[in-house]
Design a protein around this ligand. Structure first.
Ligand code: FES
Length: 115
């Protein structure tokens, strides 16, 4: 039996075996999630956002996640290297910081050109 996970905003979906980490599933879907610690909950770079209807599709937070994420857990943040897929899941990836900076700059220039 397989479970599937969808990665937003790309909307890519991949089927994996239950118990696969979100990070591994992302790699199978050819979606880049930055990491530095090799998946040991050390770098906090692999955060994803999980909306409430899909929270039960992932394993409960590990002790490492609880220690590292604290109150962010309550807001649906998970570490993709720790969270394992056990149901039909959907996660949102944070916007790439470089893309966010460019988008912000373009919006500012657009605002400035109106005046
Ligand atoms: S890969 Fe470093 S915390 Fe998940």
């Amino acid at each position: 039996m397989e479970v599937q996970i969808t990665f937003l905003p790309e909307g890519k979906t991949v089927k994996v075996r239950p118990g696969t980490t979100v990070l591994r599933a992302a790699r199978e879907a050819r979606i880049h999630i930055a990491t530095r610690c090799g998946g040991t909950a050390g770098c906090l770079m692999c955060k994803v956002q999980v909306d409430e209807p899909y929270a039960a599709a992932l394993t409960p937070p590990t002790d490492s996640e609880r220690r590292k994420l604290g109150p962010l857990l309550e807001q649906g943040t998970r570490l993709s290297c720790q969270a394992k897929i056990v149901g039909q899941a959907q996660v949102k990836l944070p916007e790439d910081p470089l893309k966010a900076a460019i988008r912000k700059q373009l919006a500012k220039e657009e605002d400035d050109s109106l005046w």
